[in-house]
Design a protein around this ligand. Structure first.
Ligand code: IVH
Length: 699
């Protein structure tokens, strides 16, 4: 989808005055909800269509324009506040395709009577506009956009916004404007915290950011992210202030200055702002940004094109609502309305019973969405969902598609209640409904087959020759109940199975014996503890060094593991208590419980820095490394997981996506978009052979 320009959104046609009045009311309600708690009965495309229908009707019937009409107003006239802005915070006009962009650029050049030779092109960040006021380099106030003239004071959020430092690198008096939002990781963490607090989640990152920015007395704190897109001197300020220079600088240089003061801009992201000399170059960058969209760790809803030079901006000026020197090129919405056809209840490896929405397939952010998460039964009830409902569905980048809410005004009366299971859909046993997340009373045992197959899998214990049907046979024969029982299987037991000869038996017993020496990272991963996949398991194993140290750790000690938040640490503790008997069985069977080459947690806790010194001597110490494409040479036989293990043994952090933080990209044959991205970002790129030489001691 992202290769083709977005189709122009059609206009909602309003036939008469009554239809016009109804449309204005709907748009006013939608804007109030969108800018209020971040919910809306309309998706973005539908809202844009509606407002353009209203505009078209008003152009033909200027005498009928209603005072409430959202046209010509910032935020559709929905919000206000009590802190006046020194200079109004305006909206942007929209275009939806290349032709619209060309028309806009040509119109602007006609107006100025000259060609524009510098356009800045940057992502349109999907969050909330905010003004950050710095006096003599100190952050003193945060104000929302509000109605554009005055906004709300949200200074209480200071200190929770990544990218907005308390102090600048120079004592300037300046106002930095930009977007506050949640990255995918911040959003997942915010949902987890809220779920732990009251069982609910946020619908999408934008509404989560809106709610979080306003929230004052929450029992939990959620982190936000800021990216600046403008700066201006903050009055009364002093005329000798360096900030005064901002008035004459090109936009691109203002952004460099903002970054130099220590405030985040998109410069360090794969969609950094650039300056283009022609509209064709602008269009080419738009296509690149659109293509990068689905892999970004934050949401964008378009691309903003601005005349870069201050002279051009001043000559163009403003309309009542928006600058004439800038335009938003909208990308297709990440939130769409579709129909809820059915609800499936699936039992996960740990026995959790989770509902999943089956949707009428809908294209969102470059892929077709047919399923979405529904969290739990209480959440379905709270959202008031019915089968057959039209629902808003959100999907962007890394975020798992989620159902937000029913669109109540589209109900026909044929919708049906959603049936909840009375017994476990997998084994028919009872359901423990004492927590919001329902669980089969048999817990992990309910899905023993899935748990054991997972544990024996290639990236975990890698038990050669143990296929799923063999595991099923072993379970049916009651020779095993969990994967620790594999280690006490006898030759006689195996020989008694159908289709199991002496040769196969000996091979399997030998494979199981080998598995006893796997490193702790793999044994830990095999436990299938929620929230600890391969990469987290490696970090845990390297951090603690032994299972004994892991079992002795409290929540605080667990949180010291890189990437482990409060909620995840709490969950890990609960899960560890649950799998304790399994761990004891593994220890008794003689399975290795240590990580080769790891620093022990006790040494770290005692402030013994010898471990750190050893860590910095490693060839990849502190480096974030990504491997992509087909590995060749000495790495040819390694799975991607094994390459990642190698990276981490050599002191690096293995990552699957390229970002500004990436220090090294190992690009094998047929490396694709990750390599292009690394090139754009100036990340060092090496071949598998060069990499093998670098880490030869660890191969
Ligand atoms: S420039 C007066 N640049 O989009 C110039 N805005 O629809 C207006 N936005 O209120 C702002 N990314 O919240 C600008 N790179 C960007 C932006 C951006 C997101 C938001 C901003 C603005 C809204 C207008």
């Amino acid at each position: 989808m992202n290769d083709a320009p977005p189709a122009p959104a059609p206009v909602t046609v309003l036939a008469d005055q009554a239809a016009y009045a109804a449309a204005v009311q709907l748009a006013v309600d939608a804007a109030a909800a969108y800018y209020g708690d971040g919910t809306s009965p309309l998706d973005d495309d539908a809202y844009d269509r509606l407002v353009r229908g209203i505009e078209a009707y008003e152009a033909d019937h200027p005498e009928q324009v209603l005072p409430d009409s959202p046209t010509g107003k910032v935020a559709g006239g929905a919000v206000s506040g009590d802190v006046p802005h020194t200079v109004p915070m305006l909206s942007l006009d929209n275009v939806f395709d290349a032709a619209g962009l060309e028309r806009w650029a040509a119109g602007l050049e006609r107006r100025l009577g000259r060609e524009i030779t510098a356009w800045s092109v940057e992502p349109k960040l999907d969050g909330l506009a905010i003004s950050a006021r710095y006096r003599r380099g100190r952050l003193v106030q945060l104000v929302t956009r509000g109605d554009g003239v005055a906004g709300e004071d949200v200074s209480h959020a200071m200190g929770t916004v990544v990218g907005l430092p308390d102090a600048l690198t120079e004592p300037v008096t300046v106002e930095i404007r930009g977007e506050v939002m949640m990255t995918a990781a911040q959003f997942e963490s915010a949902c987890e915290k809220r779920r732990a607090h009251d069982g609910t989640t946020f619908s999408n990152p934008r509404s989560a950011a809106a709610g979080t920015l306003r929230a004052q007395d929450r029992a939990y704190t959620c982190e936000l992210t800021f990216f600046g897109y403008g700066a201006l001197p903050l009055p009364p300020g002093d005329a000798s202030e360096p900030a005064q220079r901002l008035r004459t600088l090109p936009h691109s240089q203002i952004m460099d200055q903002v970054a130099a003061w220590g405030v985040a801009t998109t410069a360090a992201t794969p969609v950094a702002g650039i300056v283009a000399a022609t509209v064709q170059e602008v269009q080419a960058r738009i296509e690149q940004i659109a293509e990068a969209r689905a892999s970004l760790p934050f949401g964008i809803d378009g691309i903003v094109v601005k005349a870069d030079l201050a002279d051009d901006q001043n000559a163009a000026g403003f309309s009542s609502r928006a600058p004439r020197w800038a335009i938003a090129y909208k990308l297709p919405a990440t939130e769409k309305i579709t129909q809820l056809i059915a609800v499936e209840w699936n039992v996960g490896r740990t026995g959790i019973i989770a509902p999943r929405a089956v949707l009428k397939p809908v294209e969102i952010d470059g892929s077709v969405v047919s399923f979405a998460t529904l969290h739990n039964a209480a959440d379905i009830a709270r959202r008031g969902l019915l089968l057959g409902d039209h629902v808003t569905v959100y999907k962007a980048g890394d975020i798992i598609p989620r159902v937000e809410a029913p669109v109540v005004h589209l109900r026909t009366g044929d919708e049906q209640p959603i049936a909840v299971p009375q017994v476990c859909p997998n084994c028919g046993d009872a359901i423990d409904t004492s927590q919001e997340r329902w669980r089969c009373v048999r817990g992990r045992a309910c899905r023993a087959l899935a748990s054991i197959v997972y544990a024996a899998g290639r990236d975990q214990l890698d038990v050669e020759g143990l296929a799923q049907n063999r595991v099923q046979q072993l379970l049916d024969a009651k020779f095993i109940t969990d994967f620790a029982d594999l280690f006490t299987l006898t030759r006689e037991q195996l020989l008694s199975l159908e289709r199991m000869g002496a040769a196969n038996t000996d091979k399997l017993l030998a494979a199981i014996e080998t598995v006893k020496t796997r490193p702790l990272s793999r044994v830990f991963c095999a436990l299938g503890i929620r929230g600890t996949g391969r990469s987290m398991s490696r970090r845990i194993a390297r951090h603690f060094g032994s299972m004994e140290a892991i079992m002795a750790a409290d929540a605080e000690a667990i949180q010291a593991v890189d990437g482990m938040g409060t909620e995840k640490a709490k969950l890990m503790l609960e899960e560890l208590a649950e799998v304790r008997p399994l761990i004891d069985k593994l220890i008794a069977a003689g399975v290795n419980m240590t990580e080769p080459g790891a620093t022990t947690a006790t040494a770290v806790a005692d402030g013994d820095s010898s471990g750190d010194a050893a860590a910095t001597a490693l060839p990849l110490a502190g480096m974030s490394v990504v491997a992509t494409g087909t590995m060749t040479g000495p790495l040819a036989e390694l799975s991607r997981n094994q390459v990642n293990e190698l990276i981490e043994r050599a002191g690096g952090k293995a990552s699957s996506s390229v970002s500004a933080k990436t220090a090294l990209l190992v690009a094998g044959e047929k490396a694709g978009s990750k390599k292009t991205k690394a090139e754009d970002l100036g990340v060092r790129i090496i071949t598998p052979d060069e990499f093998a030489a670098m880490v030869s001691d660890f191969l």
